[in-house]
Ligand binder design. Structure first.
Ligand code: C2E
Ligand code: MG
Ligand code: MG
Length: 588
C-alpha cells in the first residue's frame, strides 16, 4: 500500500521512482564514460570503469522497462547498488580528477534517497554512500582529504534540500490525521494508474468507503473519538491491501481506494473483507471498475452512485456499480425522493349493487427508458434495497393528497386501501407516522384499509404484530391480501391480527372451473362469516365469476369487470355514475 504517514513522498509512485532512477543510471553511465574519456593515462582499470558505466546504462534500460511494476521496496536495490558501483569506479579511476568526477555522481543517491524513501532508510542510503565513497577516495592516496570532504559537504547540502522539498511535496497531498493520501494525492494517483491501466490493458477499480453514522459518533462521543475511528480505519484497512493499491482519505468520513490489477468483482470481495473488520461502526461502500477511455472523474462518479445505492439499501453494505439491480434501485430511490411515483386507484365494489366501498391505491413507476415497471418487480426491488419505508410513505401521501382533493370536489368520502409491507411494519415508528399523516389530511383513520399479504402476516416479529394491533385499535382495518396463496394461515386464521380477507386473483380465476372449487369458496365465505371477517374477492374479470360470488354470499369484489386501476382523474369520472356505500358490513 502506498502510505505517506512515514514521510515517504506521494510523488514516489513506482512509475515515477523507476523513471527517475532510470534517468540517473543513464546519466551516471554517460558521466562515467565522459570522465573516462578525459582521463590520462589510460590503464587496465579504465576498461573496468567503462564496463561499470556500460552496466549502468543497461540498468537504466531495465529500470525504464520493468521498474514501474516493481513493489516500492524493490527500489532499495538499485539505489544501494548505485553506491557500490560508484565506489568501485572511484577505486578503479585512473587519476584523481576522474575519481572525483565519478564520486560526484553520489549526488544522485542523495536526491533518490530523500525523494523515494522514508527519512530513516534515506539517511542510511546517503550515509552509506558518503562514508563508502569518501573512504575509497581517501584510501586512493591521491585525493586530499579536505577535497573529499568538500564533496561530502556539497552532497549533504543537496540531500537536505531534497529532503525538505520532498516533505513539502508530500504534505500537500497527505492527510495529517491518518497519514494517508488526501484527495489531491488520490487524484494524482488516479490519473497515473488510469493511464497505466489503459496502456497495459489491465483492470483497475475504484471504491468509496463511507463510515456510517460518523456524525453521530462525533456528536455523542466527541471529535477525538471520531478521529480515533478514522485512524483505526486507515490502519486496519491499510495493513490488508494488496501491493500497488492506493488508500486515501477522500473527505470527512469517506475513504477512497484504487486497486490496480483487480476487477470490480475482486474489489467488491476485497472491500467486503475490509468492511467486515470491526471498526466500531458500519461502513457502506460503492465499487466501480474502470472502463477503457473513461476519465477518473467518470469512474469516481460511478463509484459514488454505487455508494449511494449501498446506503439506500440500508447502509453497512457494499454495492458494485453496473449491476442492473443496483442501478435500477438507485433510479427508484431517486424517483421516490422526487415524488415521481404515480398511483392507480382500483375500485372495490359491493356485488350486485352499484355501490363503491372504496379504492385500493396501487403504485405505478414510469421509468424514463424502460417504460412502466411492473409493481411486483419494483416493490420487490424496494424490499431488497431498503426503499420500502420511503415508497410506502410517498404512496400514502400522494393518495391522501389526491383523494382529499377528490373528496373536496365531490363530497365523497372513500375508503382507502394501501398495501403495506412488513418492512414498514417492523419499524416501531410506523403507526405514529401514518396516524400523523391521516391527521394532516383530515382523513378518518377508520376509512383506511391496510393490506398485508397473507404470507407476510405470518411474520413472527413481535413489533409487526404490535403495530397491526395498534393500527386496528386506532381505526384502520387490517386485511390479509392475496389470501389463498399462503400455506399456514388457514390453521391460524383465528389468531392472525386481521379483520378482512382479500381472496387472491388466482383463486377467483378458478371458482367457475369446478363444483368442488365453488364448494371451497362457499366454505371460505362461511368461515369468514363465522369469524366476523370481511371478504373481498380480487381479480373478478367475468360476469360468471361475479354471479358465482354473489350466489355463494361473497359481498365485495374488485377486478377488471368493475373497474381497472386508473388515475385519479379517471376515477372521478368513474365515480360519477355510482354511489359510495358507507357501510362495509362484517368489518365494523
Ligand atoms: P395486490 O395488492 O394484490 O393488488 C392487486 C393486483 O391485482 C394489482 O396488480 C391489480 O392491478 C391486479 N388486478 C386487479 N384486478 C384484476 C383482475 O381483474 N385480473 C387480474 N389478473 N389482475 C387484477 P398490480 O397493480 O400489478 O400490483 C401488484 C402488487 O404490487 C399488489 O398486489 C401489491 O402487492 C403490490 N403493490 C402495489 N402497490 C404497492 C404499494 O404501494 N406498496 C406495496 N408495499 N406494495 C404494492
Ligand atoms: Mg393489495
Ligand atoms: Mg392481492
Amino acid at each position: 500500500m502506498r502510505q505517506v504517514r512515514s514521510g515517504a513522498p506521494e510523488v514516489a509512485t513506482p512509475r515515477m521512482t523507476a523513471r527517475v532512477l532510470a534517468v540517473f543510471y543513464a546519466f551516471g553511465g554517460v558521466a562515467g564514460l565522459l570522465a573516462l574519456l578525459g582521463a590520462s593515462p589510460h590503464s587496465d582499470h579504465s576498461w573496468a570503469v567503462a564496463g561499470i558505466a556500460t552496466g549502468a546504462l543497461l540498468t537504466a534500460a531495465v529500470l525504464g522497462h520493468w521498474g514501474p511494476r516493481w513493489p516500492r521496496a524493490a527500489f532499495h536495490l538499485p539505489v544501494g547498488a548505485a553506491t557500490g558501483l560508484i565506489g568501485t569506479a572511484v577505486a578503479l579511476a585512473p587519476d584523481p580528477l576522474t575519481a572525483l568526477a565519478i564520486a560526484s555522481i553520489v549526488c544522485f543517491v542523495a536526491v533518490d534517497a530523500f525523494f523515494f524513501f522514508r527519512p530513516g532508510p534515506a539517511v542510511v542510503h546517503l550515509g552509506t554512500a558518503l562514508v563508502g565513497v569518501t573512504t575509497v577516495l581517501v584510501l586512493r592516496g591521491d585525493v586530499p582529504v579536505p577535497t573529499a570532504l568538500a564533496l561530502v559537504a556539497v552532497v549533504v547540502a543537496l540531500g537536505t534540500v531534497a529532503r525538505d522539498l520532498s516533505r513539502r511535496a508530500a504534505s500537500a497531498s497527505r492527510d495529517p490525521l491518518t497519514g494517508l493520501a488526501n484527495r489531491r494525492g488520490f487524484d494524482d494517483a488516479l490519473q497515473e494508474l488510469l493511464a497505466a491501466a489503459d496502456r497495459r490493458s489491465e483492470p483497475l477499480s475504484a471504491a468509496l468507503l463511507d463510515l456510517d453514522h460518523f456524525k453521530q459518533i462525533n456528536d455523542t462521543d466527541g471529535h477525538e473519538a471520531g478521529d480515533l475511528v478514522l485512524v483505526r480505519a486507515a490502519e486496519t484497512w491499510g495493513a490488508r491491501l494488496p501491493t500497488g493499491a492506493v488508500l486515501a482519505r477522500h473527505g470527512g468520513d469517506e475513504f477512497a481506494l484504487l486497486t490496480p490489477g483487480l476487477t470490480g468483482d475482486a474489489t467488491l470481495a476485497l472491500v467486503e473483507r475490509l468492511t467486515g473488520l470491526d471498526l466500531g461502526t458500519g461502513v457502506s461502500c460503492g465499487v466501480a471498475q474502470h472502463v477503457p477511455g473513461e476519465t477518473g472523474a467518470q469512474l469516481m462518479r460511478r463509484a459514488d452512485a454505487a455508494l449511494y445505492s449501498a446506503k439506500a439499501a440500508g447502509r453497512g453494505r457494499s454495492a458494485l456499480d453496473g449491476d442492473r439491480d443496483s442501478r435500477l434501485a438507485t433510479e427508484l430511490a431517486a424517483a421516490i425522493a422526487a415524488g415521481g411515483l404515480d398511483i392507480a386507484y382500483q375500485p372495490v365494489v359491493e356485488l350486485g349493487a352499484d355501490g363503491v366501498i372504496g379504492v385500493e391505491a396501487l403504485a405505478r413507476w414510469e421509468h424514463p427508458e424502460r417504460g412502466a415497471v411492473p409493481p411486483d418487480e419494483f416493490v420487490a426491488l424496494a424490499e431488497q434495497h431498503g426503499l420500502i419505508p420511503a415508497l410506502g410513505e410517498q404512496v400514502l401521501r400522494t393518495a391522501l393528497t389526491q383523494l382529499t382533493a377528490l373528496r373536496a370536489a365531490t363530497g365523497r368520502q372513500l375508503r382507502l386501501g394501501i398495501n403495506v409491507s412488513v418492512h414498514e411494519l417492523a419499524d416501531p415508528s410506523y403507526v405514529p407516522r401514518v396516524t400523523a399523516l391521516f391527521a394532516e389530511f383530515g382523513w378518518p383513520a377508520d376509512h383506511v384499509i391496510v393490506e398485508v399479504t397473507e404470507t407476510q402476516l405470518e411474520s413472527d416479529v413481535a413489533v409487526v404484530r404490535q403495530n397491526l394491533e395498534a393500527l386496528m385499535a386506532l381505526g384502520p382495518v387490517v386485511a390479509a391480501d392475496d389470501f389463498g396463496t399462503g400455506y399456514s394461515s388457514l390453521s391460524r386464521i383465528d389468531v392472525l391480527p386481521v379483520q378482512h380477507l382479500k381472496l387472491d386473483t388466482s383463486f377467483t380465476a378458478t371458482i367457475t372451473t369446478s363444483p368442488r372449487r365453488e364448494q371451497l369458496l362457499a366454505s371460505i365465505v362461511a368461515l369468514a362469516d363465522n369469524l366476523g371477517l370481511g371478504l373481498v374477492a380480487e381479480g373478478v374479470e367475468t360476469a360468471e365469476q361475479d354471479a358465482a360470488l354473489r350466489r355463494l354470499g361473497c359481498r365485495y369484489g374488485q377486478g377488471w369487470l368493475y373497474g381497472r386501476p386508473m388515475p385519479v382523474t379517471e376515477l372521478a369520472v368513474w365515480l360519477d355514475a355510482r354511489s359510495v356505500d358507507g357501510a362495509f358490513s362484517n368489518v365494523r
